[in-house]
Design a protein around this ligand. Structure first.
Ligand SMILES: CC(C)(COP(=O)(O)OP(=O)(O)OC[C@H]1O[C@@H](n2cnc3c(N)ncnc32)[C@H](O)[C@@H]1OP(=O)(O)O)[C@@H](O)C(=O)NCCC(=O)NCCS
Length: 165
């Protein structure tokens, strides 16, 4: 999984510029998330082609403070460059949302490009009363309600490995 994200995030998602391998923080982050108490195996989903993993999405346990209501933090999502723009990322996000909904999760939050995630129903988290862990993220911190109970307003807190980024 680490190699997949190392390749997928070889370019900075925000600028498109090539990054030094050590700057690809998403690769070790996935390893740490898989070791964290917030890891949820049913929300770590892969796409496979010719026996190789070509895409991976993960959501881990997060919280909405001050009440500590459970929610999900989505990310990283990565698709191998050779198979990008063929629908793999779209299917992975839809699949993850379907599993989350089936498990009565109330909300998924993420940091990402609104132009990409808007198509899945994500919107600026502030519209839903959810404050980003870092206010500088602005409209890039997005959230989507699921079918579970609507969470009380508050500040989103990711699983602990995100805090070490
Ligand atoms: C972003 C990513 C996961 C999308 O997966 P994918 O399989 O390539 O995407 P899909 O084929 O399902 O969807 C393609 C659509 O998304 C759009 N898209 C892809 N990346 C995008 C981005 N960064 N911002 C906006 N739109 C994007 C394409 O323009 C295309 O739109 P269209 O259908 O209207 O033409 C993949 O490109 C990737 O791994 N990129 C590098 C890592 C990354 O940026 N991850 C997300 C971090 S938030």
């Amino acid at each position: 999984m680490r190699a997949l994200h190392q390749a997928a995030f070889a370019r900075d998602p925000a600028t498109g510029r090539k990054r030094a391998p050590a700057d690809v923080v998403e690769a070790p982050l996935v390893d740490e998330l898989r070791e964290d108490p917030g890891f949820l195996p049913h929300l770590s989903l892969v796409a496979v082609s010719d026996d190789a993993i070509v895409g991976h999405v993960i959501a881990t346990r997060g919280w909405i403070e001050p009440h500590g209501s459970p929610a999900l933090g989505l990310g990283p999502l990565g698709v191998l460059p050779a198979v990008q723009r063929q629908g793999v990322g779209t299917v992975l996000v839809h699949a993850l949302l379907a599993v989350a909904e089936a498990c009565d999760e109330p909300l998924v939050a993420l940091l990402g490009d609104p132009a990409y995630y808007g198509r899945f129903g994500f919107r600026a988290s502030a519209d839903l009363g959810i404050t980003a862990p870092d206010p500088r993220w602005g409209e890039h911190f997005q959230a989507r309600l699921l079918t579970g109970p609507v969470p009380a307003p508050g500040t989103f807190r990711y699983a602990e490995p995100f805090a070490r980024l």
